[in-house]
Design a protein around this ligand. Structure first.
Ligand SMILES: Nc1ncnc2c1ncn2[C@@H]1O[C@H](COP(=O)(O)OP(=O)(O)OP(=O)(O)O)[C@@H](O)[C@H]1O
Ligand SMILES: [Mg+2]
Length: 242
């Protein structure tokens, strides 16, 4: 690995191990982003998020890196165990984190197939996920920080996205004002690490909770919402078998 590259990552952020730095190098050399352009965007419970310049033209990409040392892999394992796609997963720390990251990539692919407004997944490698940035020059803000100007319309659009996802056989399972971005007054859903197929145990409870969390935010903005009615409306579109 090029020494210069390693040094650049060291100065950028000290939290990553050699394994992760090596894999970032692999991803950048496979043309996913321009080496040396990463800048930090957010530090979450489990992952650090960076933006970087894409190699093809002037668009920007987002890199989500799950921290190998400090993420709660027991919690990840218990969530993965609910997902029929991951029933054979062994409870080994690294394997669990890699499966978690792979699942988020697969979930984003499913969103693309379902026509849901979400980032486009570009690549994943071990604990690193690469996707398009929502927002052209700078990343779009969360709807809690950039409050929709037409709440009723914005809420209706989110429900429309939830219906598409449900129709395709999934529920986001962590939907809230934190995981919906406001892109030019239209919603884009993000953070698909917990998305579940509807044949997973409790999937309908998660769907109900998603409705409640989103509705809470919009009710405070004056939108009149009957949670039960919205939930029934989503379920009424029917779901395909996954
Ligand atoms: N594709 C994207 N485009 C623009 N901004 C993004 C994108 N992905 C993430 N972000 C920004 O980074 C923040 C954190 O991302 P995300 O919600 O995926 O991670 P997190 O909440 O830290 O995840 P986890 O709970 O899994 O640790 C988001 O709230 C959003 O502001
Ligand atoms: Mg989030």
């Amino acid at each position: 690995m090029a020494k210069k590259f390693r040094e650049r990552f060291k100065t950028l952020n000290d939290v990553f191990d050699q394994f992760t730095i090596r894999n970032l190098f692999v991803l950048s050399s496979k043309d996913h982003f321009v080496d040396g352009t990463m800048s930090p965007l957010s530090i979450g419970k489990e992952a650090n998020i960076f933006t970087a310049a894409a190699k093809d033209g002037d668009s920007r990409i987002v890199i989500k890196i799950y921290r190998l040392e400090t993420c709660d892999f027991n919690k990840m394992y218990s969530y993965l165990a609910l997902d029929p796609r991951y029933t054979n997963l062994k409870k080994k720390k690294r394997e669990v984190i890699f499966a978690w990251c792979q699942r988020e990539f697969r979930n984003l692919m499913a969103c693309r197939e379902a026509g849901v407004r979400a980032p486009l997944p570009l690549a994943f490698l071990k604990n690193i996920l690469v996707m398009t940035q929502v927002g052209e020059d700078s990343p779009a803000q969360k709807m809690k920080d950039d409050v929709p100007k037409q709440p009723q319309k914005f809420f209706a659009e989110i429900i429309g996205e939830m219906k598409k996802l449900y129709r395709y056989g999934y529920t986001h399972s962590d939907l809230s004002k934190f995981n919906i971005l406001n892109l030019d007054q239209r919603p884009v859903l993000i953070d698909f690490s917990q998305m579940l197929p509807m044949n997973a145990p409790h999937a309908y409870e998660y769907l109900k909770r998603d409705v409640e969390n989103v509705a809470d935010f919009f009710r405070r903005l004056g939108v009149k919402i009957d949670n039960e009615k919205v939930y029934k409306e989503i379920v009424a579109v029917g779901t395909k078998k996954v």
